[in-house]
Design a protein around this ligand. Structure first.
Ligand code: MG
Length: 289
């Protein structure tokens, strides 16, 4: 199969064309219309075989996940997803793999009424790069640097589920990007981040960007039952949201989440276990360590 045939068969499938896509797949570049009064948010992420998934991970999950991790970043900014680009490096042509990968990718794409608007295909060690674009009304995007002293710190979902799966050598849990929650937080949260490197590491990103500190209460964090607290909050790949909200807006939160601590003026992150200050060595996942 040629590059052109592969794109045509597996990726130029019929989509409900968005009105803001003037020209999608098939030319040298896509032509897009940005809605007036909205700001464009862009992000990209790469999944590499044996770093982000195993050779035996089912291709449907890889396709779904390659888009989901990007959507999680849009969720953290409060964006409404719109478009995606996909760059695929394949070691070989495999009809079964491509059919299932494409099914996983387009399944999630459709859930958010997004369009795939282009991409690239090359031969080499298996890796998948996805870029996504979304919109937020001017000045409503959620950022890491907005946390204020006195804000309450919240997390969505359970922390450590992905890490527990990895320990058990099972396939990855399907991520549900917290798009709905991110959009709901636009006018409520002072700061937000998605948890990809582990709760401790990502909350620390908020604290450093906002020039504040915090305390959290370990016993309040909703963790996966199979894991130690330490493993859960440093494990990473949760793709839940961690965000801070001022006291007078807490009653506006209209989805399930858990308050785990509070922003303070003193820099650094203090972790309490039933009122006893504890220290945790490992901070979180990083490449090149
Ligand atoms: Mg992120």
């Amino acid at each position: 199969m040629t590059e052109f045939n592969i794109i045509e068969k597996y990726f130029n499938i019929k989509q409900n064309k968005r009105p803001d896509v003037v020209l999608g797949i098939g030319d040298d570049a896509a032509i897009l219309e940005c809605p007036p009064g909205q700001q464009l948010l862009l992000t990209t992420d790469t999944l590499v075989e044996n770093t982000h998934f195993f050779s035996y991970t089912d291709p449907y999950t890889i396709g779904y996940r390659s888009l989901a991790v990007n959507l999680s970043d849009l969720a953290a900014m409060g964006a409404t997803p719109a478009w995606a680009l996909l760059s695929l490096v394949l070691s070989e042509f495999n009809d079964d793999w491509l059919t299932n990968f494409s099914a996983g990718f387009f399944n999630l794409l459709k859930q958010y009424q997004m369009n795939l608007i282009g991409g690239n295909l090359a031969k080499g060690p298996l890796s998948i790069t996805v870029q996504v674009a979304g919109f937020v009304s001017k000045h409503q995007a959620l950022v890491r640097h907005g946390a204020k002293v006195g804000d309450y710190i919240f997390v969505t979902g359970k922390i450590g589920e992905a890490h527990a799966e990895l320990i058990n050598h099972q396939s990855f849990l399907t991520i549900t990007p917290r798009i709905k929650e991110g959009i709901a937080l636009r006018t409520i949260a002072h700061s937000c981040i998605d948890i990809s490197d582990g709760l401790l590491a990502d909350l620390t990103h908020i604290l450093e960007a906002s020039h504040v500190g915090a305390h959290i209460q370990l016993e309040k964090i909703p963790v996966s039952a199979e894991l130690s607290w330490e493993a859960a909050i440093t494990g990473g790949e949760d793709y839940e949201l961690c965000f801070t909200v001022p006291e007078n807006k807490i009653n506006l939160i209209n989805f399930d989440c858990t308050c785990i601590g509070r922003i303070e003026a003193k820099s650094g992150l203090r972790i309490f276990n039933h009122e006893k200050l504890i220290s945790i060595e490992k901070q979180g996942w990083q490449h090149f360590c």
